[in-house]
Structures are given as C-alpha cells and as structure tokens.
Design a protein around this ligand. Structure first.
Ligand SMILES: Cc1cc2nc3c(=O)[nH]c(=O)nc-3n(C[C@H](O)[C@H](O)[C@H](O)COP(=O)(O)OP(=O)(O)OC[C@H]3O[C@@H](n4cnc5c(N)ncnc54)[C@H](O)[C@@H]3O)c2cc1C
Ligand SMILES: *[C@@H]1O[C@H](CO)[C@@H](O)[C@H](O)[C@H]1NC(C)=O
Ligand SMILES: *[C@@H]1O[C@H](CO)[C@@H](O)[C@H](O)[C@H]1NC(C)=O
Ligand SMILES: *[C@@H]1O[C@H](CO)[C@@H](O)[C@H](O)[C@H]1NC(C)=O
Ligand SMILES: *[C@@H]1O[C@H](CO)[C@@H](O)[C@H](O)[C@H]1NC(C)=O
Ligand SMILES: *[C@@H]1O[C@H](CO)[C@@H](O)[C@H](O)[C@H]1NC(C)=O
Ligand SMILES: *[C@@H]1O[C@H](CO)[C@@H](O)[C@H](O)[C@H]1NC(C)=O
Length: 548
C-alpha cells in the first residue's frame, strides 16, 4: 500500500514537471481550464443547437466526468488516479457533432483519441501523455441487419455482443465472423483485422467488411467509393485510429447452420496433455474448416502438493451436429477422447455466449449478450501475442511448461488455430498479414486481478515474468519478422518512429514490410500533418515515400 502511494506520488511529480517544461509557467494550468472552456464555446457556436451539444461534453469539473471516462475502459491498469485523462470528453449522438468536435479539437490544439468499445490493450483510446479530447462513440451504436441482402450496417460504438444479438433477433442461419468477447467494440476490432470462432471458415472480420462510413481529418464523410480502394484497404487491418474516424461499417453476413455443436475437454499433463497438444498442432489447422478447437492453458498445483502441472481446456465449435462431429474427431483426433456427453448442440448465438464468457451456458438468456451490465468486463491484465508457423516439438513444449511453472498460476496461454479460409488470402490482401502458413495464434498473459494495482510487488513480478516468457518463446514462434497482432497492441515492441528503420521494429511485426510501407504511403496522403496519432500509429516522415 505504502509503496503504491509512493510511486503514485512520484508519477504525479514527473507529470507536473513535464507539464511545466512544455508550457512554461504555473498559469498553464489556468490556460488549460480556459482552453477547455474555449473548446466548449467552439462546439456551441458551431452547432445548430448549442444547448444540446453542451449536454454531450464533459470536463473534469462535471461530476460525471470520471464515470463516463471509466465506463468503457476494461483493464484496471488504465483506470488509476495517476492515469492521464482527457481534457474534454465528447459523446456525440450524430455525425455532425463529430464534425464539430473534430473541427474544435484541431482549432484548440488538442490531440484526439477515439473510443468505441474501449478494449485497447494499452489503454490508448482513453489516455494520452498530452492534452487531448476523447471522442467517445458509445451513443452511436445503431445496428441495421438486412437479412435479404445478407448485410448489416453497424455504427462504430456498437459492441460485438450487441451485433450478435441483433442478428439473432432476425435470423439464426446468418451470422458475422467476429470476436469472442461480447464487450469488444466494432470500431477498434474490425480495424485491426479481427479473428474469432469462425476464422477458419470465413477469415477475419475485416475480410467481411464491404463498405464503411468514415470521416477524414478535414471532416469529409467518405464511403468506400469516394475514399478509393487504398484507404478502404488500410482501414481493414491497418488500425483506423491512424487515418480518421470510422462512423460505421457495412458487414457481409455469412451462412451458419441452425444448429452448431460445442464441446469441451480438460486434461492435465498427467493425462498426456503434452502428446495431445503436440498432435493438436497438426490437426487443428488442417481439419475440416467447420471445426475450430481453441486451447486455454494454465499451470496449477497437483492436488495440495507443491508439484505442478498444466491444465488444458480444449473447446470446440463445430458448424454442424454431434452426429457429424464425432466421426470427424474419431478419424482425425481420437486422442482427445471427445464423447457424446461432452458435446452440446445449440444455436450460433448461444455458442457466442458459451465461448464468450466463463459462467455463461446455453441456458443463459441470449439478451445478456447485448446487456453490458450483465457481463464481467473489468479485468486487470497484461497480454501479448504470437503466431506459430512450425509445430513445437515435444521437448520444446516441456520446456515451455517448466517456464510456466516459474510463475504463480496467474498466467494464461490461449491458442486459436488458423488454416482453412485463412490459407486463401495473400499476406497483402488486407494489412493483416498473418495468413497462409500460420498454424495458430497465441495469446499469453498474466492476470493481476487479485492485486490492488499493477505496481504491487506481485504484479511487477508477474509482468516481468510474462515479458521473460515472451523472450523465452522466441525459438518456437514466427520469425523474420516475429509476427504480432495489432489488436493486441503492445508498446513493449517499441515506439520509435522518427525513421522507417526505427518504426519497422514494431511496424513490421504487425503488418510485415510491404503492408507497412503501403500504410505509410496511404497515411501520408490522407493525414499528412499526422493529426490522428498515438504511440504506435502509422508514422509520417519528412523523407519522400519513394525513397523508402
Ligand atoms: C477482453 C478482450 C477480448 C478480446 N477478444 C478479441 C477477439 O476475440 N478477437 C480479436 O480479434 N480481438 C480481440 N480483442 C482485441 C480487440 O480486438 C482490440 O482490443 C480492439 O482494438 C478493441 O476495439 P474497441 O473498439 O473495443 O477498443 P477501443 O479501445 O475503443 O479502440 C481500440 C483502438 O481503435 C481505435 N478506434 C476505436 N474506434 C475507432 C473509430 N470509430 N475510428 C477510428 N479508430 C477507432 C482507438 O482509437 C484505439 O486505437 C479482445 C480484447 C479484449 C480486451
Ligand atoms: C436544443 O436542444 C435542447 C435540448 O436537447 C432542446 O430542449 C431545445 O428545444 C433545442 N432547441 C432547438 C432550437 O432545437
Ligand atoms: C459540463 O460543464 C460544462 C462547463 O460548466 C458545461 O458547459 C456542460 O454542459 C457540462 N456538461 C454536462 C453534461 O452537464
Ligand atoms: C476440468 O475437469 C475437472 C474434472 O475432471 C473439473 O473438476 C474442472 O472443473 C474442469 N475445469 C474446467 C475449467 O472445465
Ligand atoms: C498416456 O499415454 C500412455 C502411453 O502412450 C498410455 O499408456 C496411457 O494410457 C495414456 N494415459 C491416458 C490418461 O490417456
Ligand atoms: C493433502 O492431501 C492429503 C491426501 O489427499 C491429505 O491427507 C492431507 O491432509 C492434505 N494436506 C493438507 C495440508 O490439506
Ligand atoms: C442487464 O443485466 C443486469 C444485471 O444482470 C440486470 O439487472 C438488468 O435487468 C439487465 N437489463 C436488461 C435490459 O435485461
């Protein structure tokens, strides 16, 4: 307790010093308050109804400022007294208000941060080290599902669970191939690629985006046709926050059977989990694309002894019935011993519940997917990504388990198999390059949920462990570049962006070289002043692009 108060105090001191350095005088604090008032004045005088827009603006003097700011942050690491907060939060209800907010943000010299679902792994949508306006899109979440045309328009502030629920209200034979956690926002999610339970069958979410409504740095509202194919390409995996503001996506809905099958099997090393996972690496990316099997693993003590083991939870989603699934597994993966009792038939939307949240079952009412307050959405964690392209040998797996034993059971490693549809895209089809040849994606992280903050000695030890684990995995994961997932954004990869060389250290890991260079060229055209930025946004260089 004492230690965390102390470090908080030091942090505030450092911040204050920076503040003074960059603004020069004590009166800068007053200037800042004054400028947020000017900002509100700007909003009012540029709106056709100044009264209604001022009800959508929050500064630290408004009593609900903190609760609005915290509402969509899902990681406690980014909700601390010491976390730098916005100077102003704007919560628009229509596109003209976004135009006005953008205009006034530029006019008054703020940076902007755009927040949809707020699940950014580094808190970049809610915090910044500079004075900024947070554009919070949570009120813009309409979802318009067109079963006839098999499309849906969805506004950026909608959440994946709301999308799934809306589709299921109209049909249970169409769906959208998006992510696992129902509280993730469509704004950020699609723009980083987006994988989920249908990735082997239908590719990433971004692969199934067919149009967009987008606001550029000058406040122009563009669609796919008026923006051109390059920018449309960039927005589907390059991270929209480098380019402008996504207002809405148009999605292609995909066919799913009325009944799908879910199963789960959990085994430990004593039950031959090493052999079974070894085989999984061959089977899961190559089996029928109607089947996806993810694995979650943690270390734990065996009974009440001090001896450790790994517990693996294999969970499958099959786009069909049990009677077709069992022979498929019997033929390809008998070692997993999936029996009929371990399987359950349900609708696709029910599977989103069951696979989406611990504790939800097929009898949980599906409305819950669209009810944020019914879903746990506040955690405390540090996570990192990897992609595996070559099966890890058994002795490598055993070394990995031993490394996991060094932590205290707060770690988790989750593997999501690719293959199937993902093999059909070239690495440059969208900015998301983790395609053909990827066996599975890895998420590894530590849970700090039992700690009061991420700076307790235990938290620091765990974060240190996961960074060490990341280094340790190097021989077993993709190389040249070692690939990383933009939607699991990780500032540990580096933030330098003065030169291409510096930026390539992290940029080529998210996008690979060709895509990263193309993103840089598109950025220079769309936002040459680099207004839309954050520590790992697409950089703008003074060097001409052709010389890159
Ligand atoms: C619990 C949890 C589960 C997850 N599960 C999955 C998963 O199954 N599959 C997967 O692929 N990913 C998953 N992710 C990662 C997720 O895709 C990213 O965190 C994504 O960026 C979240 O989008 P958001 O809108 O919720 O976040 P935000 O924090 O609102 O935004 C993330 C980034 O996108 C930018 N952005 C947001 N909205 C807009 C907009 N309208 N216009 C321009 N830029 C915008 C933000 O500025 C920020 O840079 C998960 C994350 C969490 C925390
Ligand atoms: C402006 O908005 C307020 C609050 O939403 C409303 O009460 C008022 O009638 C509006 N005025 C005009 C001129 O539309
Ligand atoms: C927040 O305070 C400002 C300044 O007093 C005011 O203009 C604005 O209407 C307030 N916001 C809300 C939502 O009440
Ligand atoms: C794993 O299986 C054991 C019994 O074999 C059960 O007690 C435990 O709850 C299961 N764990 C999970 C995460 O399903
Ligand atoms: C583990 O594998 C060994 C050798 O292949 C086998 O004899 C044993 O029955 C297996 N144990 C389980 C629980 O499947
Ligand atoms: C550990 O388990 C053994 C047998 O399962 C039991 O006899 C013993 O009392 C347990 N020890 C503790 C500390 O719970
Ligand atoms: C949402 O969930 C909360 C908490 O479980 C519950 O109290 C509330 O009634 C739910 N709202 C709706 C609209 O179902």
């Amino acid at each position: 307790m004492k230690k965390s108060q102390l470090s908080c105090f030091i942090f505030i001191l450092v911040l204050t010093l920076c503040f003074f350095n960059s603004w020069g005088a004590l009166s800068s604090i007053l200037d800042n308050t004054a400028s947020s008032e000017d900002f509100i004045g700007c909003l009012q005088s540029n709106s056709n109804n100044g009264t209604s827009i001022s009800q959508l603006v929050f500064t630290p003097i408004n009593s609900s400022f903190l609760s609005i700011w915290q509402e969509r942050v899902n990681n406690l690491r980014f909700i601390k007294p010491s976390t730098p907060k916005p100077s102003v939060i704007v919560t628009p209800v229509d596109e003209t208000q976004i135009q006005t907010a953008l205009y006034c943000t530029k006019k008054h010299g703020y940076e902007i941060r755009i927040r949809s679902g707020g699940h950014d792994f580094e808190g970049l949508s809610s915090s910044a080290a500079v004075p900024f306006v947070m554009l919070d899109l949570f009120k813009m979440k309409s979802i318009d599902v067109d079963v006839g045309y098999k499309t849906a328009w969805v506004q950026a502030g909608a959440l994946l669970g709301e999308l799934y629920y809306s589709i299921s209200q109209k049909t249970n034979t169409l769906y959208f191939p998006a992510g696992i956690c129902p509280t993730v926002g469509v704004g950020g999610y699609m723009s980083g690629g987006g994988y989920g339970n249908l990735v082997r069958k239908y590719g990433t979410a971004a692969d199934n985006v067919v149009d967009v409504r987008f606001m550029d740095v000058n406040g122009n509202i563009l669609d796919r046709k008026s923006m051109g194919e390059d920018l449309f390409w960039a927005l589907r995996g390059g991270g929209a926050s480098s380019f402008g503001i996504v207002l809405a996506w148009k999605l292609r809905l995909v066919p799913v059977p009325e009944i799908v099958t879910y199963f789960k099997v959990n085994i430990t090393l004593e039950e031959n989990a090493t052999d079974i996972f070894y085989k999984y690496q061959f089977v899961a990316p190559n089996i029928d694309r109607d089947l996806l099997i993810r694995v979650g693993m943690v270390s734990e003590n065996i009974g009440n002894t001090s001896k450790k083991t790994i517990r693996m939870l294999f969970e499958g989603l099959y786009l069909g019935k049990i009677d077709a699934l069992l022979p498929l597994l019997d033929k390809n993966f008998p070692e997993l011993k999936v029996r009929r009792e371990l399987c359950e038939e349900m609708t696709m939307v029910q599977s989103s519940l069951v696979l989406g949240e611990q504790g939800f079952t097929s009898s949980t009412p599906t409305e819950v997917l669209a009810n944020q307050s019914a879903i746990v959405r506040l955690w405390n964690y540090k996570d990192k990504s990897d992609y595996v392209r070559t099966q890890i040998p058994k002795n490598g797996l055993r070394k990995i388990w031993r490394k996991m034993f060094e932590n205290d059971g707060s770690e988790v490693m989750v593997t999501y198999p690719f293959g199937g549809k993902m093999e059909e895209y070239s690495d440059t089809a969208t900015p998301y390059p983790h395609r053909a040849g990827v066996l599975y994606q890895v998420l590894k992280g530590v849970n700090l949920g039992d700690q009061t903050s991420d700076t307790t000695p235990v938290s620091l030890r765990r974060i240190d462990w996961v960074r060490g684990f990341d280094k340790f995995l190097e021989p077993y994961v993709s190389k040249n570049p070692r690939e990383a997932y933009l939607n699991y954004i990780d500032l540990d990869l580096g933030v330098g962006s003065e030169t291409y060389e510096e930026a390539s250290v992290w940029g080529e890991r998210y996008w690979k070289r060709d895509n990263f260079k193309k993103l840089i060229r598109i950025k220079a055209e769309v936002d040459p002043e680099n207004f839309f930025r954050h520590p790992q946004s697409i950089p703008v260089f003074s060097t001409p692009l052709s010389s890159l």
